[in-house]
Design a protein around this ligand. Sequence first.
Ligand SMILES: [Zn+2]
Ligand SMILES: [Zn+2]
Length: 318
Amino acid sequence: MFTDKNGKTWYKGNLHTHTTVSDGKKTPEEVIALYREHGYDFLALTDHWIPSEGKTADNGLLLLPGCEYNVHGADILRGVFHIVAIGEKNSATALLDRKDPDLGAHEVIDAVHACGGIAILAHPAWSLDTCEQILALHGFDGVEIYNSVSGLPHNCRPYSGEVIDQLAARGVVYPCMAADDSHFYDGEDCLSYIYVQADELTEEAIMEALRAGRIMATQAPRFTVTVSPADNGTDKTVHLSCDIVAGDTVAGDNRADAPVETVIFYTGSVWHPARSLTAKDGSGITEAEFNLRPQDRFVRIEIVDKNGKHGYATPILS
Ligand SMILES: [Zn+2]
Ligand SMILES: [Zn+2]
């Protein structure tokens, strides 16, 4: 948890993790203890098809109800979709037939919503989800732009920026999230997470913030992105502010006070005169602006700090 320069409180959480209840290597108790020790404020245990219950903040850690559903097995031509459900009041497992080969992603999304939860598209790059397959679905409440366990050594596609950009170019934007999807195989835990801006650490307040998209996806660096109209009436000015907070409690390479060295502006333009900024002299980038033209379709800002840790903003449409 930290307080930004406007006095707003941001809570830190991981919404995707597995335990020995499915294919994880640590027990729920061990997982909860580990994330609590690393300064997390909220956590969801999202075992495959086995829902976990929420729990009021205990010793500073709030548990949100969670579950991960999947459809179409490994058939990428039909579309492998893994969907993380958070905040369900009742589990959608009662509404879905896991063994039904025709069970589709849209039925999962609808069932999660009917049960009061939000539906997050997990690791679309790992799943090889195509833009067309995702566009055929509606109603996601978020998408993982980075999934720690989908990286090496066990997998090789942790980053879903390209498919998110393809969606944004077609006018479809879901709030970007980052998560570990920790199974506790080989140190993929406590790497990628979100902050949400909420006034208190309760399930209601965190769920409201998630639904409203007050989310910052990151591996350490903190930032805010705001938009204002440009003088010409057609462009937009997108402002980036990197909040460098000294004395952060996160240890090692994940320190939030490492200077931001690179800012990348991903857009729908194949060429753009101002694609990135760099400051490798140690001074750090604290502010940046981007002129978003109609032909750019969108801008998605990513920042990289001195330790190579990324922060991921949600795309903004032109
Ligand atoms: Zn998955
Ligand atoms: Zn998972």
